[in-house]
Write a protein that binds this ligand. Structure first.
Ligand code: ARG
Length: 564
C-alpha cells in the first residue's frame, strides 16, 4: 500500500496550499474498512480546523480537483476524500516494482548506514543452551536482519556468560566427581550433570558452597589451575554452542563475553568514584537510584568482587567507544528488565548522552506445563535434540511426499529449522510460550513450513511456465481474485518498517501467513498457467509473491527452498 499511499499524499499536498505538510498528510491517510467505500481515505478534520470550514465542504472541493492515473475515481464521502485504485495500473506498477527491485523490494534507507549493536543469544558457559537463549537467538538474529533492511549496519554481539560464581561450583564438582574423558566427549551434558550434582550435594553439605566461593576467588585472583579449567570449560561449551548456531545459520561479529571486561572494570569503578556516584551500603558499593524509584545498582561486593551490572556498564562504555552506536539493542528475557533499567540509569548519571539510545528488548518465558524451566534442577530441554528431531521429521515428510526431491538433506534442514524459528517468531515476543515439541514440529497451519511450501509451490509454477521475461509487456490485466495478493504485496515495505520500530519480528511472520493464505486461495480458484491475455501478469504476480515470501522468510532467519 505504501507506494500508492505516497502517491495519494503527494497529490493531496499539491492541493492544500501548505496547510499541511506531505508527511502530515501521509500519516492521516487511512485504509477504509470496507472496500466498497474506497481503497484509501483522507479525513479532512485537520484542514477544517485550519481553514475554519466544514470538513464535508473541503472533502467535496478536494475530490473535484484530485485526479491521478493510479486512481479510477476520487469521491467525497462525508468528511473524507476517498480514492479507488485503478486496479490495472496499480497491479502493473506494483509487480514491476517488485520484480525490478528483487530482494531489495521493501528496503529502506532511513538507517543511513549508522551502527546498531545487537546483543543477543548470550548463553552461559557450562550450562545447556536454554529455550530462553533460543528465543533471544532467533529474535535477535531477525531484528539484526530487519535493521539491515532498514539501512543500518549491525554489530552482532554474543555477550557470553563466561564469568561468575557458577564457575567456582563447577570446579569443585569437577574436582570431586568429574572425568576429563567424559567431559570431552559430551561437554554440556557432563558439565550440567556436575552442576546439578553440586546443588543436590550442597543441600546436604554446606561446606561445598564455601569451597565454591574459594575457587571462584582463586579464578578472579588469576590462579593458574583455576584459569586453565575455566578456559577449558569455555572452549568446550563454545564448541557446542557453535553447533547450534551453525544449524540455525546465525553468526556473530563478537564473542566478547563477561570475562572480557575483567580488566576494564576498574576504570568504570574509578569513574563512578570521581563522579561521587558510589555509596557504601552494608559493606557493598552501590549507585543509588532512589530518584527513579528503583533499588540501588550493585557495583562491588564487600570482598571487592564485581557484578553482572558492573560488567554490563563497562561493556556498554566499551561498545560506545568502539562502534559509536546509534542504537544498542539487548535481546534479553523480561526477567532482566530491572537490571537493564538500572544499567541505563547509571549510565545516564555518568553523563553519557548515548545512554538514551540503549533499548532492552524483552521477551516472554518458555513454560513447561505453565512453569518456568530451571537449569539448577536439570529440568531443561536440550535444544540440539529438538532441532535434530525437527530435521528428521522434515526428512520423513519429504520421503513420503516427494521422494525424488534432489538435495533432500539440505531441504530437510531448512524446513526443520524453519519450523522451530517460525514457531517462536509468530508470537508477539512479550507473550509467554508453552513449550510443546508437538507444536514446534507442526508443518501445517500457521507454520514456517507452510510459508516455505507456498513459496516452493509458486516456484514450481514458474518452472512449469518456463523462461519468460516477467516484467516486460505487463498489461496489469488480471482477474479480480488477484487483488488481495497485490494489496498484500504492496504492504510489505510498511510491515518491515513497523517491525523495526516496534522490535517485533512477528509483524513479518503474521504478514507472511496472510500472504501465503491469499496466494493459496488464489491458486485453488484460478488456473494460473491458462494461456489467455492475463497470463503474463499472472506469472508476474507469482514471481512477485516468491520474491516477497523469500525475502520475508530471510528477515526471520529462515531459508526458502525452491522445491520441497
Ligand atoms: N548470560 C545472560 C543470561 O543468560 C544474558 C546476557 C545478556 N546480555 C547482557 N549484556 N547482559 O541470563
Amino acid at each position: 500500500m505504501l507506494h500508492v499511499i505516497k502517491q495519494y499524499a503527494k497529490r493531496i499536498t499539491g492541493e492544500v496550499d501548505d496547510a499541511l505538510s506531505y508527511e502530515d498528510i501521509e500519516k492521516l491517510i487511512e485504509i477504509p474498512k470496507h472496500e466498497k467505500q474506497g481503497d484509501l481515505a483522507f479525513p479532512c478534520f485537520v484542514l477544517a480546523k485550519k481553514w475554519r470550514k466544514p470538513p464535508q465542504e473541503i472533502a467535496k472541493g478536494l475530490s473535484e480537483k484530485l485526479t491521478d492515473s493510479l486512481f479510477s475515481k476520487i469521491v467525497a464521502v462525508g468528511p473524507y476524500v476517498n480514492a479507488f485504485l485503478h486496479k490495472e495500473t496499480v497491479v502493473k506498477y506494483v509487480l514491476e516494482q517488485i520484480i525490478q527491485n528483487g530482494k531489495n523490494y521493501g528496503s529502506w534507507s532511513f538507517g543511513n548506514s549508522k551502527n546498531v549493536v545487537v546483543d543477543f543469544s548470550s548463553p552461559n558457559i557450562a550450562k545447556p543452551f536454554s529455550m530462553g537463549h533460543l528465543r533471544s537467538t532467533v529474535i535477535g538474529n531477525s531484528l539484526a536482519h530487519i535493521a539491515e533492511k532498514c539501512g543500518y549496519k549491525t554489530i552482532r554481539i554474543n555477550h557470553l556468560g563466561d564469568w561468575g560464581t557458577q564457575f567456582g561450583k563447577l570446579m569443585v564438582a569437577y574436582k570431586l566427581w568429574g572425568n576429563e574423558q567424559q567431559v570431552k566427549q559430551n561437554p554440556i551434558k557432563e558439565l550440567l550433570a556436575l552442576y546439578v550434582r553440586f546443588h543436590a550435594e550442597a543441600e546436604k553439605d554446606a561446606r561445598l558452597e564455601e569451597e565454591a566461593r574459594m575457587w571462584f576467588k582463586k579464578l578472579e585472583d588469576g590462579d593458574e589451575e583455576a584459569y586453565q579449567l575455566w578456559l577449558w570449560f569455555r572452549e568446550e561449551s563454545l564448541q557446542e554452542f557453535t553447533k547450534i548456531y551453525d544449524l540455525l545459520s546465525v553468526r556473530f561479529d563478537s564473542y566478547h563475553g563477561e570475562a572480557f571486561y575483567n580488566d576494564k572494570m576498574n576504570e568504570t569503578v574509578k569513574k563512578l568514584i570521581d563522579l561521587k556516584l558510589l555509596e557504601q551500603s552494608d559493606g557493598a558499593q552501590i549507585v543509588n537510584l532512589k530518584e527513579f524509584n528503583l533499588p540501588p545498582c550493585l557495583i562491588q561486593k564487600s570482598d571487592g568482587a564485581t557484578l553482572y551490572a558492573t560488567r554490563d556498564l563497562t561493556a556498554a562504555i566499551y561498545r560506545y567507544h568502539h562502534y559509536h552506536f546509534d542504537k544498542a539493542f539487548y535481546i534479553v528475557g523480561q526477567e532482566q528488565s530491572l537490571h537493564f533499567q538500572q544499567v541505563i540509569h547509571v549510565l545516564e548519571k555518568m553523563n553519557y548522552p548515548w545512554a538514551k539510545n540503549i533499548s532492552h528488548i524483552p521477551f516472554g518465558f518458555i513454560l513447561k506445563d505453565g512453569k518456568k524451566m530451571s537449569t539448577r534442577k536439570g529440568k531443561v530441554v536440550l535444544l540440539e535434540k529438538v532441532i535434530e528431531e525437527a530435521i528428521q521429521l522434515a526428512q520423513k515428510n519429504i520421503e513420503e511426499k516427494n521422494p525424488n526431491l534432489t538435495m533432500k538433506e539440505e531441504v530437510a534442514k531448512m524446513v526443520g529449522v524453519g519450523a522451530i524459528i517460525f514457531h517462536d517468531l509468530k508470537h508477539e515476543k512479550q507473550n509467554n510460550i508453552e513449550f510443546s515439541l508437538g507444536d514446534m514440529l507442526k508443518f501445517e497451519g500457521n507454520t514456517g513450513p507452510y510459508v516455505q511450501y507456498t513459496h516452493a509451490r509458486a516456484c514450481s509454477i514458474l518452472r512449469k511456465a518456463g523462461q519468460l521475461e516477467l516484467a516486460k509487456d505487463l498489461t496489469g490485466k488480471i482477474e479480480e481474485e488477484s487483488w488481495m495478493i497485490v494489496k498484500q504485496l504492496m504492504l510489505f515495505p510498511s510491515v518491515i518498517e513497523k517491525s523495526f520500530q516496534q522490535h517485533e519480528p512477528s509483524e513479518i511472520s503474521k504478514y507472511l501467513i496472510q500472504l501465503s493464505q491469499d496466494f493459496n486461495k488464489y491458486y485453488a480458484h484460478i488456473k494460473i498457467l491458462h494461456n489467455d491475455h492475463c497470463l503474463t501478469t499472472r506469472l508476474a504476480l507469482v514471481k512477485a509473491t516468491t520474491i516477497v515470501l523469500e525475502e520475508g522468510l530471510r528477515l526471520l532467519g529462515i531459508q526458502a527452498p525452491k522445491q520441497m
